[in-house]
Design a protein around this ligand. Structure first.
Ligand code: ZN
Length: 352
């Protein structure tokens, strides 16, 4: 099975998505959108486990209302944040150079060292543990870098660095899926390092074990984020988190960030406003659907969370979880759009 993170509907492409992974898609392009809205209770496959019960991811491209600006603060008049997208793209190249990087592998260990070697001098913490899976025991390591701010509260940015275990012998290098999320967080670290922050503290989390080892289920997926959410619930950290943003598959040259109906609506709207401030909103929310990703364990615990993901990767999603997930499908420009938008979103959150 390829598409492990499931969405209940898809409205932009109209392709024949695997029916076991998607809501009956044909509703959304054979019938008017209104009918799909009425039938939305039938579109819950893939999101029945989600806490919000928000399973009506049926807004179509043509009819999706522009998110309400009222919920987001006014745009900062200062210069917009700017990441170094060439440097971030170079990180992806180097990460892909390690080869396939599933949980517990030697290449995974090399990547752990690569990440931490880029965080020298930063406040870094590990969340290390073992998991028992259907494929045996694995060591899991979430890497957390903390950049303190003057305001009481934390903004968390999450991105997974493992690649799909079941594809470990198929030449899968996960340039977009695993590579782009790892790289953009390294670039955020560059942007945050050594700067005095008046706003909230920002914590970057490279999560491990996001991918299933065999097939995506509630117990075979999200190993790192489930552990971290539980740990942070116990030690009181969760209460301090003002917002959590997940970066996943964000370097596709054909960038279309989905509006994930499992995410917190006001935070999605804020991200959209952040994109708008640099005129990049056309890359956001053309399609709506329920997506399962590293944000779910936090959503379940009431943390405002948003998944920033472009799940549609190649025509009919042909590059997702295949050996075709390679560097040539990606663009530094996409990293720049998502990177600048995210930094602007942080700035807007700081002012809330
Ligand atoms: Zn994946």
């Amino acid at each position: 099975m390829r598409p492990v993170r499931r969405r209940s509907t898809e409205t932009s492409g109209g392709g024949d998505f695997p029916p076991d992974a998607l809501c009956p898609l044909w509703f959304s392009f054979l019938l008017p959108v209104l009918i799909c809205v009425l039938a939305s209770t039938a579109c819950s496959k893939g999101s029945s486990s989600t806490p919000s019960g928000n399973t009506n991811g049926v807004a179509a491209k043509a009819s999706a209302p522009e998110p309400a600006a009222a919920s987001a603060p006014a745009v900062d008049p200062g210069p917009l944040p700017q990441i170094d997208s060439k440097r971030a793209f170079q990180y992806i190249k180097e990460i892909v150079g390690f080869g396939t990087r599933p949980m517990g592998s030697e290449n995974h260990r090399k990547l752990e060292n690569y990440i931490t070697s880029h965080l020298k001098g930063d406040q870094v913490e590990d969340d290390v543990f073992n998991v028992d899976t259907v494929e045996g025991k694995f060591p899991v390591r979430n890497i957390i870098a903390k950049y303190p701010g003057g305001k009481d509260g934390i903004i968390v940015i999450v991105g997974h660095y493992d690649t799909v275990y079941s594809l470990r012998n198929d030449g899968f290098v996960g340039a977009n899926d695993g590579g782009s999320s790892t790289a953009i967080l390294l670039e955020y670290a560059n942007q945050l390092r050594g700067k005095k922050r008046d706003g909230y503290s920002v914590w970057l989390v490279w999560t491990d074990g996001e991918e299933a080892v065999r097939q995506w289920t509630q117990t075979d997926s999200l190993y790192g984020s489930r552990h971290l959410a539980e740990k942070w619930e116990k030690d009181g950290t969760l209460k301090k988190i003002k917002a959590l943003l997940v970066m996943d598959m964000i370097a596709d040259a054909d960038l279309n960030i989905d509006r994930d109906s499992n995410s917190t609506a006001w935070l999605l709207d804020l991200v959209y406003e952040a994109a708008k401030s640099s005129g990049m909103q056309s890359h956001f929310y053309g399609a709506t659907g329920a997506i399962e990703d590293d944000h779910l364990p936090f959503v379940k615990r009431g943390v405002p969370s948003a998944d920033v993901i472009d799940l549609e990767y190649g025509y009919n999603n042909v590059f997702h979880h295949t050996p075709q997930d390679t560097l040539d499908k990606l663009s530094p420009r996409s990293l720049e759009i998502v990177g600048n938008t995210t930094l602007e979103a942080i700035r807007m959150l700081d002012r809330r």
